[in-house]
Design a binder for this molecule. Structure first.
Ligand code: PEP
Length: 252
């Protein structure tokens, strides 16, 4: 079946208001001008400029979201931001379980699942990140790890269109290294099988699985053409409008 491609940018902890609005406006303007939008676009700026970026991208068709959210709706959780607050700000979605959150903040699969559930309940789309470390890959445990992450992080109420899985080998993030195309195909096919175990074969067939980790204009076309790769989650290259757009252009 044909699944729509999603080109998603994760700005991480980068961008002050003026730069972020300029970057979002450049991308949103180009996307809005496309007569035939053959793919979807998502950008995740830092919390501090989410409102300004959501305004800049309004009515362009570009989906704006956060890089994380609380598992709680409200209450005594100092410093946290709830999915309802994100919705209120004009967000359409949220990334959960990014490896930097799993590593820096000790986020577990169970917590990622709670966050994804809370986001779905608030009416947001969710990108759930999974991926193995270099030590896990070297130990031959890649499929064990991603299988456990799918089963542990994907809420049972997930549906295609509302939930996207992003496979991001941790050792490929921000390093310039990427797995071989054969490895990407093998892991994505395996992930789809794992989604089928949780949600059924029909839902698994429809669900988008993104690849993330050092995607850039020079390798995007090849990676995005692989079986079971339904888009990309892009960090560094999403911070430059020309590079992010050049990746998007591979899908026109
Ligand atoms: C990411 O942060 O999700 C990511 C894939 O980063 P980069 O593209 O810089 O490797």
């Amino acid at each position: 079946m044909t699944r729509r491609k999603l080109i998603a940018g994760n700005w991480k902890m980068n961008g002050l208001k003026a730069d972020g609005v300029a970057l979002a406006s450049a991308v949103a303007g180009k996307y809005k001008a496309l007569a035939d939008k053959k793919f979807d676009m998502f950008i995740a700026p830092p919390f501090t400029i989410l409102g300004a970026v959501a305004d800049a991208a309004k009515d362009s068709g570009v989906w704006v979201g956060a890089q994380d959210c609380s598992q709680f709706e409200k209450g005594a959780h100092t410093g946290d931001v709830s999915p309802t607050m994100l919705k209120d700000l004009g967000c359409g979605g949220v990334i959960v379980g990014h490896s930097e959150r799993r590593t820096d903040h000790g986020e577990t699969d169970a917590l990622v699942k709670e966050k994804a559930s809370a986001a779905l309940k608030a009416g947001l789309g969710v990108i759930i990140c999974i991926g193995e470390t270099l030590a896990e890959r070297d130990a031959g445990k890649t499929l064990d790890v991603v299988g456990r992450q799918v089963h542990g992080s994907l809420p049972a109420e997930s549906t295609a269109g509302r939930v996207v899985i992003a496979y991001e080998p941790v050792w490929a993030i921000g390093t310039g290294k990427t797995p071989t195309t054969e490895d990407v195909e093998e892991v994505h096919a395996f992930i789809r099988g794992q989604i089928a175990e949780v949600l059924g074969a029909d839902m698994a067939e429809k669900m988008q699985i993104l690849y993330g980790g050092s995607v850039k204009p020079s390798n995007a076309k090849e990676l995005l053409a692989l079986a079971d790769v339904d888009g990309a989650l892009i960090g560094g290259a999403s911070l430059k409008a020309e590079d992010f757009w050049a990746i998007a252009e591979t899908q026109m």
